[in-house]
Design a protein around this ligand. Structure first.
Ligand code: SAM
Ligand code: SF4
Length: 390
């Protein structure tokens, strides 16, 4: 089956490769990443990754491949090349419809962009967050605005025609005008795709600790709402398709990898802390870098936890993930795929959400509307709540 068809119905398997190193730990970030710059540690990581990938990937053609992190672009040029050789020895990257790599401005160079391109990457996502110096400082980012623009130019110089930019809005103290200028600057660069995330305070982060101590707090909610609404309007005018709550596609089209995930597709995750999903079985890798590498290098499983999702839990997750897509989620298709009757359990909630003008529902397609778009996490979270005791 062709990759596009697999994407459309969520079949096929994607591959996620987690590179867990960063130059700094950003104050808002709870991803599994480590400030480790020693080359020996990077080499050990690559050795372990080679071992784990050989165990886990069985030569099938992936729907998509995503090199994420952490900061894949932090690896030195020879190590970056080795990363693609390791994965390329199991996957024909040149034949895969979408191969994405996350790149950070402080470490992404024209040389690394060329290595990524030669290695089979065809989509670059540049973690920019904001172009304002005081907000970059607040977030602990290791780059300035010019660095972000240079990283974008490096991707273009190496021939990438699908370059995405990650931005965040709702940084404490941020004004609507500041956010508008961030978005305009990204548009001026000619980005092919934009991810615009509302900053969240994640447990265990420096930001959350500062919040508990009263040193910072969430941005004004009404300003965040205005930012969200303006973003959709402005990007619509600029010809972007708001295909998901936080994601907007221009020339590059939607990110297939994320779409596959929102469609509850199967994926294999390699690297410390990476998650995998196969037909309702969820597996999470050992999180600490050294313990994960020890297991991989000893030829042992890197799995830390494995969970078989209960049928109703699987259905609730399909709604929770799928409702983020602008096209919505097809309840009838989920019933067919999982062989379950869902309406008795979920329709009372859906009817209430419809009354509150959060969702639209035609007895099959369920999608976010109005206020629901702003409160996507809450609307989706309610579906998970229904399945807790089922
Ligand atoms: C985990 S990062 C990895 C990419 C890259 N290392 C970077 O720094 O951009 C992926 C994206 O998630 C978003 N993100 C991470 N933590 C977030 C948070 N607490 N709130 C909102 N967005 C967040 C950021 O926009 C970031 O670019
Ligand atoms: S946001 Fe990116 S660079 Fe910052 S700590 Fe998280 S993964 Fe690392």
């Amino acid at each position: 089956m062709a990759n596009d068809e697999q994407l459309a119905d969520g079949t096929g398997t994607s591959l996620y490769v987690h590179v867990p190193f960063c130059v700094v730990k950003c104050g808002y970030c709870d991803f599994n990443s480590y400030v480790v710059e020693e080359g020996a540690a990077h080499d050990r990581f690559l050795d372990a990754l080679a071992a784990e990938t050989a165990r886990r990937w069985h030569g099938q053609r992936p729907v998509s491949v995503f090199f994420g992190g952490g900061t894949p672009s932090l690896l030195s040029p020879p190590r970056l090349q080795r990363l693609f050789e390791i994965i390329g020895s199991h996957v024909d990257l040149a034949d895969c419809g979408e191969v994405s790599m996350e790149a950070n401005p402080e470490s992404f160079t024209v040389e690394k962009a060329h290595i990524a391109r030669a290695g089979g990457v065809n989509r670059i996502s540049i973690g920019t967050q904001t172009f304002h110096a005081h907000h970059l400082r607040f977030l602990d980012r290791a780059h300035d605005a010019e660095g972000a623009e240079a990283a974008f130019a490096a991707a273009r110089a190496a021939g990438f025609d699908n370059v995405s930019i990650d931005l965040m809005f709702g940084i404490p103290g941020e004004t609507l005008a500041e956010w508008q200028s961030d978005l305009e600057r990204a548009l001026q660069l000619g980005t092919d795709h934009l991810s615009c995330y509302n900053l969240t305070f994640e447990p265990g982060t420096r930001l959350q600790r500062d919040r508990m101590q009263g040193k910072t707090g969430p941005n004004d909610q009404e300003i965040d709402r205005a930012m969200f609404e303006w973003t959709r309007q402005r990007l619509g005018e600029a010809g972007f398709d708001a295909y998901e709550v936080s994601n907007f596609a221009a020339g590059g089209g939607p990110c297939r990898h994320n779409d596959h995930y929102w469609l509850q597709g199967n994926y294999v995750g390699v690297g410390p802390g990476a998650c995998s999903h196969h037909d309702g079985i969820r597996v999470t890798n050992i999180k600490p870098l050294d313990a994960w590498a020890d297991a991989a290098l000893a030829g042992l499983t890197c799995t830390s936890t494995a969970e078989t999702l209960r049928p109703m839990q699987r259905a609730a997750e399909a709604l929770w993930l799928g409702i983020r897509r602008t096209n919505g989620v097809d309840v009838a298709a989920i019933e067919k795929r999982l062989g379950l009757e869902l309406r008795a359990a979920f329709e009372p909630l859906i009817v209430r959400q419809q009354r509150e003008q959060m969702v639209a529902y035609d007895c099959s397609m369920l999608r976010l509307v109005g206020e629901g778009l702003l409160l996507a996490d809450q609307v989706g979270g309610d579906y998970l709540g229904v399945a807790v005791n089922d």
